[in-house]
Design a protein around this ligand. Structure first.
Ligand code: AMP
Ligand code: MG
Length: 407
């Protein structure tokens, strides 16, 4: 693997190569609640036809459309049907039934006129002034699902509506990929724990921050601790990764004398797939694999590690959760000020974006230092400025990536 600028991988290519390394996920049977945020492995079939009967979409009157001519009709109210009732009284010519939303249509009726569209004449008669289209305001039997049909195809991401469809079928368990186990290792001689008095050291914020990002992305984090910048100590800690699906290291991955992550991975038999991406912040990203385990060496700068998490780790975790579409979400926006950068690296600029009049307007935060977490705090999006671009004028169209780390 080379280190020349010409060999920096474009972000999209790096992500595609990383995703291609992922193994087929292992499956488990879990409750629908537990499965939310993952994707179905295979088709789920409907075993109930829903709604089970034609029913009313409105509070109104159930009638026979053919009874109402161009000049209107006067109909006799012969029954009242509430949701939960089973109507047996058939509606004959010249008759109708008072009906509530969700109530089954009585036999004979084919149409519902909403109550605001009729005139009551005493308690027993209604005047319907205009002919309704046949079938108006009727939810048809089987409109939602039919027994034996595919209810949700394999690969469907399970959100709340999908869970509702499953529950309505009486399905309480589904087969989905198990949550990926993610081991986290901080490296650096300068680090101390959050609970410690630093005394000249730097608090390891990456481990708890990345653990939280992993949890938000649906993975199960496990912190391996802090390794010193020696080959032996980094290796010793990495050996404790056990059965992790993904190992995330932080720092020690650039070209400094004490950057031990790459030699440690090599000495543990990890195949290094690529190193360094044409990206700011986050250039020194290292990716490798051994068996089913994926290794990602993230940069140590706290903001760089969060940006690389968004661009690479989160998509990988989503793929391991079974989702088909794992590319970071993007929305169109406009930049509110002129922006300049050197060509060569794609920049993911921390911005605060607000909807004003006709567009999502992005304002770059005043500090963009990858070392300063301040530069990620209050950011709502990352503004993508492609590698080849060197200047944007105020008002230019841009691509904005909502960040998952927001409060
Ligand atoms: P490195 O990638 O080792 O050159 O580290 C880059 C910068 O990130 C240095 O300023 C480190 O002190 C800082 N850093 C490294 N690891 C962490 C961590 N776990 N938490 C917070 N800052 C870190
Ligand atoms: Mg270091």
């Amino acid at each position: 693997m080379g280190t020349k600028a010409s060999e920096l991988l474009p972000v999209e290519e790096a992500r595609a190569r990383l995703l291609a390394l992922l193994p087929t996920p292992e499956l488990e049977q879990v409750s629908v609640e537990e499965a939310l945020g993952r994707a179905l492995d295979h088709d789920v079939m409907a075993r109930r036809t829903l709604p089970p009967w034609d029913n009313s979409a409105m509070d109104g009157y159930a009638l026979r459309a053919a009874d109402v001519s161009a000049g209107g009709a006067r109909l006799r109210v012969v029954a009242t049907v509430h949701a939960g009732d089973t109507p047996t009284r058939a509606i004959g010519p010249g008759e109708c039934a008072r009906i509530m939303t969700g109530a089954p249509l009585p036999p004979g009726a084919d149409t519902v006129v909403m109550q605001e569209r009729v005139e009551l004449e005493g308690t027993e008669w209604v005047h319907v002034p205009e002919p309704p289209g046949p079938g108006l305001n009727v939810r048809r039997r089987g409109e939602e699902t039919r027994e034996g049909d595919v209810l949700l195809p394999g690969g469907t991401s399970l959100g709340i509506p999908e869970a509702g469809l499953l529950w309505a079928q009486g399905l309480r368990h589904v087969e989905v990929p198990r949550r990926p186990r993610v081991a986290l290792l901080s490296t650096g001689d300068e680090l101390c724990g959050v609970e410690e008095e630093p005394r000249g050291r730097i608090v390891d914020t990456n481990a708890p921050a990345l653990a939280e990002a992993v949890r938000r992305a649906g993975g199960v984090p496990r912190v391996l601790g802090r390794a010193r910048d020696t080959l032996d100590d980094v290796c010793a800690h990495l050996r404790r990764a056990g059965d992790a699906d993904v190992v995330l290291t932080s720092a020690g991955v650039s070209v400094g004398e004490r950057d031990m992550v790459r030699p440690a991975l090599e000495s543990l038999g990890v195949t290094l797939d690529f190193w360094r991406v044409a990206l700011r912040p986050g250039k020194p990203l290292l990716v490798g694999h051994r068996g089913r385990t994926l290794f990602l060496g993230l940069p140590g700068n706290p903001t760089s590690s969060l940006v690389t998490f968004e661009l690479f780790v989160r998509p990988a975790l989503r793929r391991l959760l079974g989702h088909r579409d794992v590319e970071p979400e993007r929305v169109p926006g406009r930049v509110s000020t002129d922006f300049r950068k050197a060509p060569g690296l794609a920049h993911y600029v921390r911005v605060r974006a607000e909807w004003r009049e006709d567009a999502l307007w992005a304002t770059p935060l005043s500090t963009q230092s990858s070392g300063a977490l301040r530069s990620a705090s209050t950011a709502s999006h990352l503004m993508h400025v492609p590698a080849a671009v060197s200047a944007l004028s105020a008002g230019a169209d841009v691509e904005l990536l909502p960040v998952s780390w927001r409060g």
